[in-house]
Each structure stands twice: as structure tokens, then as C-alpha cells.
Design a protein around this ligand. Sequence first.
Ligand SMILES: Cc1cc2nc3c(=O)[nH]c(=O)nc-3n(C[C@H](O)[C@H](O)[C@H](O)COP(=O)(O)OP(=O)(O)OC[C@H]3O[C@@H](n4cnc5c(N)ncnc54)[C@H](O)[C@@H]3O)c2cc1C
Length: 506
Amino acid sequence: MNEGERPASILILGGGTAGWMAANLFQHWWGKLGTRVALIESSDIGIIGVGEGSTPQLKAFFDKIGISEQEWMPRCNATYKAGIGFIGWSDRPGFESYFHPFPSTADAQTANKFFFNTQARRTGRDVWAHPDRFFLNSAIARQRRAPVTAGDAAFQTSYGYHFDAVLLGRYLKEVATSRGVEHVDAKIASVELAESGDVAALEADDGRRFEADFFVDASGFRALIIEQALGEPRRSFAGNLFNDRAVVAPTPLPKEGPGCCTLSTAKSAGWIWHIPLTNRIGNGYVYSSRYIDREDAAAELRSHLGLSDDAEVRHLEMRVGRVERSWVRNCLAIGLAQGFIEPLEATALHIVVTTVEGFIAEVDSGGMDEAARDRFNDSMARRYEGIRDYIVCHYRAALRRDSDYWRDAAAMTELSDSLKGIITAWFRGARLESEVAAQDIETYYSAVSWHCLLAGYGNFPDESKLRPPGPDAALVDMDEIDRLIAGGAEAFPPHAEALGMLEDAA
Ligand SMILES: Cc1cc2nc3c(=O)[nH]c(=O)nc-3n(C[C@H](O)[C@H](O)[C@H](O)COP(=O)(O)OP(=O)(O)OC[C@H]3O[C@@H](n4cnc5c(N)ncnc54)[C@H](O)[C@@H]3O)c2cc1C
């Protein structure tokens, strides 16, 4: 392959969600231009089989490859997701929980008022500054509505999904192969490098050899090509993200059916996710093995879920960090092979899409030379660090102090300059939205998200120190906000009804 040309053939190693998403995207963008796309996976090894929550990027992915919700959602037991509720991360009265909403057009009218009030409260005025009353998706989740409306509705909102990871992988495989992606079941035993150092071929344990112009490493935490063969170092995030294990168990749906949000409940050494699908609830305790062992973590999960002491659970290990460069020679790493932050904000599949699309855009505009690789790798590194900082901020800003885990998290000093800038702006009473804009980090997490996090845990002066707002700070009429949000929420159907309509259409 000559530099500057699109690859004639792409071989993806790994048939987890990351591999099949990439296969669909490459086929969609480059298949019609003549690039041959193939995917190798090993049915002996299987996939990780967790990762059941998304950001709105998954909707953008399906829209792009032309698949409707009616087609894919019922096949994957999928539900709508308006955002994430954080429970028990703070013991500040009035701030024991908060909701992190995906944004909506209605937020344009309320977000600035929320920003204004949080700044007033940070500077000691007694005004309402908990996020939940300001955002449409918070009301939608509370009222168990679906964040979808008819196209001509006054308010639109953005949303993600919950889905069965195994069914989603199978579905994406079916779509990709029906559109021309070649599928091979083989267990790769070694990676052959050419004299130049590029990847020449993958060799299976039965002697088969697979060549391609370009390789995508989607082999999960094994990182078979990028790390094991090409030797790209991995930068660990363990210094400020303590969690390295998870223990998972499903539970039946409650009788009121699935809600439309993920819940994240703080526990003694981590947090437990609650992800509602149409047929079950997915639960998992993400914890740090430095603070709790696997048996105690499993016991804490079972007790949280009301399960018996011998209820079956599954244990997982997590490698938290990223490869230094995602694109090395003729190989692009995606999914868990590329990196993993931790699942708190369900960002992994989001990064898969931005990595593959960023790569395609870079090659289409700049070719495949050294400069294009450097530009792309810098932008991926910034994205990882940007998302990592937001997750780190959850632990740093949480106001829970009842175990060593939470006390150490609050005392953590290994913070990036960017995150220090955010935290300093917040506690000095500066305009946080200006700091987010000045740092140009809005594309990773918006000013709304940063405000929700810091305000949601109650990072304000003690209530006893607050003074009456005074005329300058009493500008936000909370009754009007309540009316606006309540009126907006009425346009959205009950979640159960929206899911029923998808089933009927399928
Ligand atoms: C506890 C936990 C919770 C998570 N929650 C979320 C979430 O809510 N949202 C989210 O977006 N993400 C989440 N993730 C991340 C998510 O699970 C992954 O990003 C996603 O499943 C994609 O994984 P993958 O395809 O990279 O790897 P895998 O699913 O592990 O797939 C690896 C593939 O490589 C193949 N393979 C490996 N070695 C070989 C070989 N030698 N020969 C042939 N084939 C091989 C395997 O057979 C498999 O097909 C979570 C992860 C963890 C650990």
C-alpha cells in the first residue's frame, strides 16, 4: 500500500461489539469505494459480553449506517436511556442523588439559569442549585417516559440506549456480513511482521494465514497486534482511577418495567450499575481490588440486589488505561485493545465510533503518512484524557467519606492541569462555562455535564454560611423553570408505550 492511499483490504481481528461496529463503518464508508473488509474472531475465545449502556453516539452510528430503531432495538432487548442517575455518592443533605442528563433543545432555556444559580451559590448566596429541576431529560427519567418524540415536537432531546451486548454483537455481525463483510472463525496464534516492521499477516493455530493492507486490532484486553506484536506501550490510568475489577449479576425486571436511565449507586469500594433491558436488569459492581476482595465485593453486590448468598455472579478484570498511540504503522487499535477508562459514563462504544470515523476522515483528507498518523494519535490521546478527567472528577468531587476508598478518592492529588483548572474555577466562584470553553474540552464533556457533576454532589459552601441572595442573584424564577420542564416532559410518551410500539413495528 502506498502512503496517501486508502487501504485496498482491511482485516479486523476481533468480533466483539468494537470489531463489528468497525466492520459496519468501514463497509459503509469504504466498501462502496472498493475496500475489502474482513473480520476474524475466535468462537473458542468469545467476547467480553458486558458493556450494555451507550451515549447518544450509538444513535448517530445506527442513523449513519441506515438502521432504524424498529429494526435493531427489539432484536437486542434495547431500551431508551435519558441519562445516568448517581445515588449515594454524596452525603450532603439535599444532594444524596442527582441526574446527569443527555442534553436537549429545551436545555438552551434553562442551562444558563442553572449556571447562573450555581455560581451564585458557590459565592455564598442561598439559591436553588441542584441540577435535577433544570433539565428536561431528568424529568423524563423521573416520570418513566421515553426521550423520543415525533419529529415536529417543540422539544427534541438526545438519548442513548441500553442493550444486550451479546445480542448487539450478533445483530451487527448479521448486518455487516449481509452487506459484504467477510467473516472468518479462526484462533490467531501469531502476528507476522514484514521487514519494514509493518504487519504482514495473521497466522491461525491451524496454519491458515491471513494477509491484508491494513489491520484493525479489536482483540479486546489481549491487544494481540498493537501491544503484543507491535509493542506499543500502554499508559495506565491506575494513579487516579482505582477501579480494576467488576462482578456482575442479572436480576428480573421489576413489575413496573424498565426505566429509561442507568443508575449508579456508590458502595464501599466502588459503585454498582443498574441497566434496564426489556427482559432483565443488568447489574455490576465496579470496584478496586486494593480496597475489597472479590468475595466481599460479590457479597456486597448480592446484598444490594437482594440475592441469596449462593446466587451466581461473574467476575471480570479491567485494564484501565490506553495505548500511547492508537494508530501504529498499518494497524489501528479500537475497543478494549485501544484502551478503557472505566464504565461509569458508558463511553467505550462512543470512543470506538469516534476512533473509526476519525481515522476514516483523516485518511480521506490527509492520507496515511506520518503527519496524518501523528495528528490522529494526538487527537485520540486528547479525547481519552478529556473523558478520563471527567470520570476522575466524579471521584474527586463526590462527598462520601465513609470508607478508605472514598476518603482516598477525595484526597487524590494526581490530577491533570486541565482538571485542576476546572476545579479551581469552580471553587473560586469563576464562570465554569468560560473555563470549559477556554480549555476547548466541550466536545468531550459539555459545560452542562461539568456543572451537573460538581453541583450534583453539593460542592457548595455549607448551608449555614449561605446568605439571602439579594436582588442581583435572585433572578431565576424556579416556578417558571418547573412549568417549562413539566410542559416539555408532557410531549414524551411513557417508556413502556414507546417500547411497545417498537415491538409492534418489528
Ligand atoms: C465491567 C465492564 C463494564 C462495561 N460497561 C460498558 C458500558 O456500559 N458501555 C460501554 O460502551 N462499554 C462498556 N464496557 C466496555 C465494553 O464492554 C467494550 O468496549 C465492548 O464490549 C467492546 O469490547 P471489544 O470488542 O473491544 O472486546 P471483546 O468483546 O473482548 O472482543 C474481543 C474479540 O477478539 C477476539 N479475539 C481475541 N483474541 C483472539 C485470537 N487470538 N484469535 C481470534 N480472535 C481473538 C475474541 O474472540 C472477541 O471476538 C464495559 C467493560 C467492562 C469490563
